[in-house]
Design a protein around this ligand. Structure first.
Ligand code: BT5
Length: 312
């Protein structure tokens, strides 16, 4: 998005904007400001000329400018109607040195889960990949997955859906089925770097928002199926605002994760790349490890696929 448009948007969210004054403040021509007002109108904003200046009367449902308008988080938005995978695009941006940018799409044609599983991403979902400034050591990256999970639960609960977190990256509703609930959302964190230095880090969020359950895998659900359609713009803003806030406080991420968890207290089986750990999940520990009480003692699991087992 053009920088003048971004600044115009920021100014408009605080109330009417006097065009000539804004042009002076930004050091651009009045025509440049007017051009960006027109561009916003073309993007679906209702911008009126009032005696106090330009005023926004209506914001479009979705899109880069709509999401950035009144967003209380330090991220820019890149929006696509359709894209193969927002994570792939985010990787490109990250590899080129960009950060604090969220790639958002209405539809993905090649959405991915972990281990290259496919992720159904029809139009109407919240498909977003956030490129973050990699200021943490590689070993701490699981914290970002947990933070994104907490943020998604915050947004779902604000929309009236009692979602819960299943370690490490699932957001579920209810408690039936093989998975221990119907899957509403998933997180895919990716990074590149060495042990003490991350070159890039991104977190992909897939949340089934305004989608018919029939368009999703059998054990999945959507916000539409649970409570009806939601305001996707407000939804993604809540997710991004929560993430920005949580990333400033690792301890709060862990505390909030424990509170939203459906895994803690359950009998679980975790498949790691080396072995299988079975027992009672008793805690999640910084930066995102699951603590399992097994027949032979406590084990700390850093990564794996977790199954909630039914009590014997
Ligand atoms: C995940 O993987 O849960 C991570 C999903 C991340 C998707 C986001 S969307 C934006 C960004 N761009 C991408 O390309 N990806 C990210 P995993 O834990 O491996 O779960 C994958 C499994 O969930 C699949 O094997 C299916 O069983 C199931 N599944 C697929 N699509 C689903 C959907 N839309 N809703 C619920 N479950 C789904």
């Amino acid at each position: 998005m053009n920088e003048t448009r971004r600044q115009l948007l920021a100014a408009l969210s605080d109330g009417p904007v006097d065009g000539p004054n804004l042009a002076d403040d930004l050091g651009v021509s009045r025509a440049a400001v007017w051009k960006q007002v027109e561009a916003l109108r073309e993007a679906g904003f209702a911008v009126e000329s009032t005696p106090d200046g330009y005023a926004v009367r209506e914001v479009p449902d979705y899109g880069a400018a709509a999401i950035e308008y009144d967003l209380d988080a330090p991220y820019r938005i890149e929006y696509h109607d359709a894209i193969e995978s927002t994570n792939d695009r985010a990787r490109e941006l990250a590899g080129a040195g960009n950060h604090d940018i969220a790639v958002v799409a209405d539809e993905q044609t090649g959405g991915r889960g972990r281990l290259d599983r496919s992720w159904a991403s029809p139009s109407g979902g919240l498909w977003c990949s956030l490129v973050l400034q990699p200021s943490l050591p590689a070993a701490h990256s699981p914290l970002v997955t947990l933070a994104a999970g907490v943020a998604v639960v915050d947004a779902c609960r604000a929309a009236g859906v009692e979602a819960a977190l299943k370690w490490p990256n699932d957001i579920l509703v209810g408690d039936g089925g093989d998975r221990g609930g119907r899957k509403l959302a998933g997180i895919l964190t990716e990074m590149e770097g060495e042990a003490d230095r991350v070159s890039w880090l991104l977190v992909g969020i897939g949340l089934n928002a305004n989608i018919d359950a029939a368009e999703l895998p059998d054990d999945a659900t959507s916000l539409r199926a649970e409570v009806g359609d939601v305001d996707r713009r407000r939804l993604i803003q809540t997710v991004l605002e929560s993430i920005a806030e949580l990333l400033t406080d690792g301890e709060r991420v862990i505390e909030q994760w424990r509170e939203y968890s459906s895994t803690l207290g359950q009998h679980v089986r975790v498949e790691t790349h080396r072995d299988t750990v079975e027992g009672r999940a008793v805690d999640v520990r910084f930066p995102g490890a699951l603590v399992v009480e097994t027949a032979t003692g406590e084990q700390v699991v850093h990564a794996g696929d977790c199954e909630h087992l039914r009590p014997a």
